[in-house]
Design a protein around this ligand. Structure first.
Ligand code: GTP
Length: 529
C-alpha cells in the first residue's frame, strides 16, 4: 500500500518533470531555433556589409581604371605620341597608395605595350614592355587578363581572380575622352591583390575579420555550410564569390563573435534557472502545505481509528484540533465521532441485553457464570470468602396453575425487584432460570451471608403476595440454600453452585419457606412466618 504522502510526492515529481520537459521543449524547439535564426540574420547582415565593401572596392578599381583608360594622354600613349606618359605618371608610391599590384596597357589583340607592378613580397617596383625578366612574376596575371579581354566587349569590366593569388581586376578599353566615336586602341587592366593589407582595409571599414581562399575546380569538392559555429562564442561565415579562370570560386570567410547569441542565451538560461528555482520552491511549498493541511491530520485520524480497535484505548473524543477544523477533514472527524458515539451506545445496549434477563431485568445466567468465576478467582487471590445464595419460590407451579402464567410472570418480576433492592450493592442478583434466583456476595462471611438470606426470605414474605395454593403460607414464600467458599477451603464455581443447590434441596425437603446452609455451616432451624 502506498501512502498518500508517497502518491502526492510521486504526482508532484511527475508534474515537475513534465514542467521541466516542457521547459526543455520550449528551449530546444522554440527559443534556441529563434536565437539561431536571429544569429543567421546577423551573419547575413555582417557578410552583406563585407560583400558590399568588396563590391565598392571593385567599383572603385573599375572607376580608376576607366578614368585612366579614357584619359587622352593614355590614348596618345597607345598611339605612340606620348611615350613618357606611363613612366612619368605611375610610380611605386602611387601603386602603394592605390593598393595596386600591377597594371598593363595592351593592344586590342592583347599584345602588351607597357606594364608595371609592385611586388610587395620583394618590395620591388618594375616596369616592362612584356612579362619577362623582372616582370615575369606578372605573367600569370597577364595571361588571364589577356585571355579575358579576348572575349570581352570593349567596355569596362570588373572581376575576381583566384590564382596565382586572389585579386580583383578591372579592364577598360582605352578610348579618348572627347573624340567622339574613335575606336579603342587597346586595354588598360589594373590588378589589386586581395591579401593581408586588403583584409585590414576591409576590417577597418566593416569591423569584420575576413580572409579569402581560392577554391579551384569547385565542382569536385563538397562545399562547407555557409555558417559553422566553431564554439559558443565564435562562428565562421562563408560566402562564395565567382572568380576566373576556369569558373573557380573564392571562399570569403569571416570569423564573427556570437555576442548577441551568447547574451540572449545567457538571459534565457538565467530566466530558465529562475523558473526552475521557482518551480522547485512551489513544489516544496505545495508539499509542505499538503503535509500540514491534509496528510498530518489524516494520519492523526488514522492513528485515532487504529487505537479504537484496542479496547483499553477506547475513546469517544477525537483530538480537538481535528474536531475544530472547518473543512472537509473536520466534518469527516465530527461525523466519525458521531458514529463512534452511536456505535458505543449500541454496544452498551447490546451488552446490557446480553447480560440481563428480559422478564425481570435481573442479571442473567450467562453473566452469573462469568461473574462467579471472576469473583472466586479474585477472592482466592485476596483471601476473601464468597457467599452464594440460591432462592426458589415455593409451589410456583401451583401459583401458575391457579393465577395464570402472566400473573406468574408478574410475581416473578416483583420478587426479583424486592431481592434486588435487598441485596443492593452487597453483591449481584441473577435469575438462574425459571423461578430460581442466585445471589453472589463477593466479599462476605458466613454470618453476613446467612443474615442476607434471611433478609431476602423475610422481604419476600413481607410482600404478602397471595398464594392460595401454597401449603406453607397464604402468601408467596421462598426457600433458600446457601454455601460459602472460604479462603482456607476455596470452591470452584460448579462446586459452590452444587453445594448451594443441595442446601436448597434440603430446605425444600425440610418443608420450604426456610434457609439451609452447606453442612459446614451451623445448623439453623426452620424459620416460619
Ligand atoms: N409464569 C412463569 N412461570 C414459570 C417461568 N419459568 C418457570 N415457570 C414455572 O415455574 C414452575 C416451577 O415448578 P416446579 O419446578 O415444579 O416447582 P414448584 O411448583 O415451585 O414447587 P417447589 O419448587 O417444589 O416448591 C413451573 O410450573 C414452570 O412452568 C416463567 O418465566 N414464568
Amino acid at each position: 500500500m502506498h501512502s498518500l504522502r508517497f502518491r502526492f510526492l510521486l504526482s508532484i515529481v511527475l508534474v515537475a518533470c513534465l514542467a521541466l520537459l516542457a521547459l526543455w521543449g520550449i528551449a530546444h524547439f522554440l527559443v534556441y531555433p529563434k536565437l539561431l535564426a536571429r544569429e543567421n540574420d546577423y551573419v547575413a547582415l555582417e557578410m552583406g556589409r563585407v560583400e558590399s565593401a568588396l563590391k565598392d572596392d571593385l567599383d572603385n578599381l573599375g572607376g580608376d581604371t576607366r578614368d585612366w583608360a579614357s584619359w587622352d594622354d593614355a590614348y596618345d600613349f597607345m598611339q605612340g605620341k606620348a611615350p613618357d606618359f606611363a613612366e612619368s605618371n605611375f610610380s611605386q608610391e602611387m601603386f602603394e597608395d592605390m593598393d595596386h599590384l600591377m597594371m598593363v596597357f595592351m593592344r586590342m589583340d592583347g599584345t602588351p605595350v607597357w606594364m608595371a607592378g609592385y611586388n610587395p613580397d620583394t618590395d620591388t617596383y618594375s616596369t616592362c614592355t612584356s612579362a619577362t625578366n623582372e616582370c615575369r612574376w606578372m605573367s600569370p596575371f597577364f595571361n588571364v587578363i589577356q585571355a579575358h579581354v579576348h572575349q570581352q566587349a570593349p567596355e569596362l569590366d570588373k572581376w575576381l581572380l583566384s590564382v596565382p593569388t586572389p585579386a580583383m581586376i578591372a579592364t577598360s578599353p582605352i578610348v579618348p575622352t572627347e573624340r567622339g566615336s574613335e575606336p579603342p586602341l587597346g586595354w588598360l587592366a589594373i590588378v589589386r591583390s586581395m591579401d593581408r593589407p586588403w583584409f585590414e582595409s576591409v576590417r577597418h571599414q566593416t569591423g569584420v575579420n575576413v580572409s579569402i581562399e581560392p577554391i579551384l575546380h569547385p565542382d569536385l569538392i563538397v562545399k562547407p555550410p555557409p555558417i559553422i559555429r566553431i564554439s559558443d562564442d565564435q562562428l565562421l561565415a562563408t560566402r562564395w564569390l565567382n572568380a576566373e579562370p576556369n569558373d573557380d570560386i573564392l571562399s570569403l570567410q569571416a570569423t564573427l563573435a556570437r555576442r548577441d547569441f551568447m547574451a540572449n542565451t545567457a538571459s534565457f538560461n538565467f530566466a530558465m534557472l529562475w523558473t526552475i528555482g521557482v518551480l522547485f520552491t512551489v513544489v516544496m511549498v505545495i508539499l509542505g502545505l499538503l503535509e500540514f493541511i491534509i496528510l498530518a491530520p489524516t494520519r492523526r485520524l488514522a492513528r485515532f481509528t487504529r487505537e479504537q480497535r484496542q479496547e483499553d484505548h477506547f475513546s469517544e473524543t477525537l483530538p480537538v484540533n481535528l474536531i475544530a477544523r472547518r473543512d472537509e477533514l473536520g466534518s469527516l472527524a465530527r461525523e466519525f465521532q458521531h458514529l463512534l458515539m452511536h456505535q458505543k451506545q449500541r454496544t452498551d445496549t447490546l451488552e446490557h441485553l446480553s447480560q440481563r434477563d428480559h422478564l425481570t431485568g435481573l442479571l442473567n445466567r450467562r453473566y452469573l457464570d462469568e461473574y462467579l468465576v471472576q469473583a472466586l478467582t479474585q477472592a482466592h487471590q485476596a483471601r476473601h470468602s464468597v457467599g452464594l445464595i440460591i432462592i426458589d419460590i415455593d409451589y410456583f407451579k401451583a401459583y401458575n396453575d391457579h393465577y395464570g402464567h402472566p400473573e406468574g410472570d408478574h410475581c416473578l418480576t416483583r420478587v426479583a425487584r424486592t431481592m434486588d433492592r435487598v441485596v443492593d450493592d452487597q453483591g449481584i442478583v441473577a435469575r438462574a432460570g425459571g423461578e430460581e434466583f442466585v445471589v453472589v456476595l463477593p466479599e462476605t462471611n458466613r454470618k453476613r451471608t446467612w443474615r442476607l438470606a434471611e433478609q431476602l426470605r423475610l422481604a419476600v414474605a413481607a410482600m404478602s403476595l397471595p398464594h392460595e395454593h401454597s401449603r406453607v403460607a397464604p402468601h408467596v414464600t421462598i426457600s433458600v440454600g446457601m454455601a460459602i467458599s472460604l479462603p482456607e477451603a476455596p470452591c470452584q464455581p460448579a462446586e459452590l453452585m452444587r453445594l448451594a443447590d443441595e442446601s436448597l434441596y434440603r430446605a425444600k425437603k425440610a418443608g420450604r419457606n426456610r434457609i439451609d446452609a452447606h453442612h459446614r455451616e451451623p445448623h439453623h432451624q426452620i424459620d416460619t412466618l
